[in-house]
Write a protein that binds this ligand. Sequence first.
Ligand SMILES: [Zn+2]
Length: 272
Amino acid sequence: MIDLTAPASSSAPDLWTWLFYLLMIGITLWGVYIFLIAPIRKKRHILESIPYCPSLLLPQLPIERDKVIQVASHRLMQLNYRVNLFRLTCTCLRFRRFRQFYPENDIRRLCRHLRKELQNSGCTQQYDELTRGLIASRLRDACYVRETLSRSEMIVGFHPRSSIVRIYTYRKSQIDPQGGPFTGPVDKFTYNHRQDVWVYGEPPPNSEEILMVVDKLITACRARYPSPHKLPQRRGETLPTPIPATEAALAARERRERILSASRSTTPLQKP
Ligand SMILES: [Zn+2]
């Protein structure tokens, strides 16, 4: 006869124990992905992108800057990173994992600590205004190109796989003529290439000319980039509701497409 009052056998784990095991396995797999697989994949993407993505080189700072400076972490105040402005190196995790693989003096080497220290030490005064404007922003793009416009200048930041383009150029001041040159402060303007809309605010002055240059630039870079059909959609592309396209913007887009298709039929933008 079975004794129902006897305690359950302790050899078989109960449901809670199994859930605990599953949770532990999940946390371990998550940790392996976040701390091991994801950094390896990102490093591989960076190394692969270097031959295809143009960038900007910063002018070399004087040799007196070849020294180690302690910079406090913005998250953990008791932690200091060692930064060298001459060599553009830092001991933070992001620099060691990713940014150090960019070439010497490449602007993409600048982690948060290098950017802050360059600004605090006054070294950015040795750079031009557009470069200073770019450094004041977070450097998050794979490609940077500097372009001269008919009455202005800009730096374009983008990734061949992403439809988000960041443009750093001068704002129009009150005394500037309508068509430029523009003497306002350098600002960042964000453009969604796929949706053909400016997001986060008004377009830059002479936006029509800027977009024609951007179209050519991105088309050429995407044509060079390897296996675009195999590349997954980049995360973080979704932005808040863009400014709705006005009739004027739509007309400008049609005009731009007409001009671009005419230029494509005569001058190939990119060799295959
Ligand atoms: Zn750093």
